[in-house]
Design a protein around this ligand. Structure first.
Ligand code: FAD
Length: 479
């Protein structure tokens, strides 16, 4: 058994082993390898079980982190799994791709490196699957109520699983051909291989959740029809309207929103044929934007054999302005950066694109960029005289998302817009009785852990609305 006061004896944080860069960029498989279980136990023993565990509040799901760290330390993995699943529907996902706000809140992190909470989490989740402990949780009785969930990202899936287990008859509608939302077609396999998602979906199907793929609600079936056909509707359609960059030359060939590029790549990795695929092979790639989406473009471009990959990003406003050489995404205090950062390419922060330059065939050939300055009044702009050209024959716009896409919700249901997102009250209900909204669609582009937390809370609100009371947990309030 590992030492219960491991933080006194094991001061160093041991990271998950990752495959060497030259090897891993040859394929799309997971960057990380499995950590030795004895190392995981020692790392779990670094948890101090501090009186006021801030990691609880750092995690939107309220994960019972000190409890499962202690169970792992003692080798009681099945009990650790039960504690973990009591607050999180998909720990195998968050254990891989969450930026771990819990670790940033870890009290040990005040004067030592934080506990490797995310590693312990993924280790528990994998032990569960390996040992076949993940049984379907089939409700003892059906309550007679029906719920349609629109959108199969982590928010919709979490809501669907909670409600199915509580006895509701739940159908998930998804416009894509496969279930999973951004977990399927946004996030590349090198961050999370898709069989991780498939085995969870098998469990959900066995529990009774029904999946309807290839149905674009608002077009193939109206929102109004759906509302009339079910006792409640949950809108979990995400917030995937891309931010644009209206600059001279934007319409040149070879300039694409990042999601167009990532979806195609994910499809090819899944074995689909994608005619005229946008590929980085042999190209000079410029990625505009330095967040998670930009990092996923960088990793994908390297794996496709790009000739060069350059990232340009603006950086943050003073006083927390990003230095020109700071990698991103980067989790504060824990210093975990995107794995793409180690895989090569050039990053320039505080750089603004001024114009896209094309060749005689109407294809992009370069970007005109300038250094950026923040002015005394808080505005920012290019510094005159610093303009220069960067060669580019593929440009990917990873500039974030501005809100929900146009799906007919306003015209067909009369739902109002709240800064490009769906307005809802403190019970996740929109202005239309019986229609709820959760995940990125209500909160704005965020993180998987928030989507799961909102899905769970929304399920609780639907249960209370239809049954008059609820036992389902509600970890977060809508913003
Ligand atoms: P989504 O995952 O966007 O799912 C919405 C679903 O609704 C989609 O499948 C869509 O097809 C479907 N839909 C939309 N309209 C309709 C309609 N009318 N009818 C039927 N279906 C419809 N977060 C992290 O925590 N870690 C990461 O590493 C990370 N990496 C990311 C990388 C990329 C490239 C992107 C874009 C995001 C990343 N995120 C990451 C953010 C995270 O993926 C999202 O916050 C999360 O997926 C939101 O979940 P959601 O369920 O609200 O919506």
């Amino acid at each position: 058994m590992a030492d219960p006061r491991g933080f006194l004896t094991h001061r160093e944080r041991q990271e998950r082993p990752s495959r060497p860069v030259p090897v891993r960029i040859m394929d799309f498989k997971d960057v990380y390898e499995r950590q030795d279980p004895s190392v995981v136990r020692t790392q779990a023993s670094r948890c101090m079980d501090c009186g006021v565990p801030f990691c609880h509040t750092g995690c939107p799901l309220g994960n019972l982190i000190p409890e499962w760290n202690d169970l792992v330390r003692q080798g009681r993995m099945e009990e650790a799994a039960a504690r973990l699943h009591s607050t999180n529907n998909f720990p195998e996902v968050t254990g891989r791709i969450c930026p771990a706000p819990c670790e940033s809140s870890c009290v040990l992190g005040i004067n030592q490196p934080a506990v490797t909470i995310k590693q312990v989490e993924v280790s528990i989740a994998e032990t569960v699957f390996e040992n076949g402990w993940l049984e379907p949780v089939i409700p003892q009785r059906l309550n007679g109520h029906t719920v349609a969930v629109v959108g199969s990202g982590p928010a919709g899936l979490a809501a669907a699983q909670q409600l199915t287990r509580a006895g509701f008859t739940v159908a998930v509608y998804e416009r894509d051909d496969r279930i999973g939302g951004l977990l399927r077609y946004g996030i590349p396999d090198f961050k999370m291989e898709k069989d991780i998602l498939d085995r969870r979906l098998e469990q959900m199907e066995a529990e009774g959740t029904r999946f309807r793929t290839g149905v674009d609600v608002g077009t193939d079936i109206s929102w109004d029809q759906l509302r009339r056909g079910y006792d409640a509707v949950i809108v979990a359609t995400g917030a995937q309207r891309p931010r644009e960059l209206e600059l001279p030359g934007r319409t040149l060939d070879g300039i694409h929103p990042a999601m167009e590029y990532l979806v195609q790549s994910n499809r090819v990795v899944a074995g689909d044929e994608v005619p005229d695929q946008i590929t980085a092979e042999g190209r000079h790639v410029v990625v505009l934007g330095g967040g998670d989406t930009g990092a996923d473009c960088i990793g994908t471009a390297h794996r496709q054999g790009a000739a060069s990959v350059t990232t340009l990003a603006i950086g943050r406003k003073p006083p927390c302005q990003r230095p020109a050489n700071e990698p991103w995404p980067m989790t504060p205090h824990v210093f975990e950066v995107s794995t793409a950062d180690a895989e090569g390419g050039t990053r320039t922060y505080l750089a603004s694109t001024v114009e896209f330059l094309g060749d005689e065939h109407g294809r992009v050939r370069a970007l005109k960029v300038a250094e950026t300055e923040y002015r005394a009044d808080g505005s920012r702009g290019p510094i005159p005289g610093t303009e220069h050209e960067i060669p580019a024959d593929l440009v990917l716009l990873a500039l974030g998302f501005t809100g929900v896409e146009e799906t007919g919700l306003q015209e067909q249901l009369g739902l109002s817009d709240h800064r490009g997102l769906l307005a809802r009250d403190e019970t996740y209900m929109t202005q239309v009785p019986g229609v709820f909204a959760c995940g990125d669609a209500g909160r704005g582009a965020s993180l998987v852990v928030w989507a799961i937390a909102e899905g769970r809370a929304c399920a609780s609100a639907v249960d209370r609305h239809l049954e008059g009371w609820t036992r389902l947990p509600s970890p977060v309030r809508p913003q």
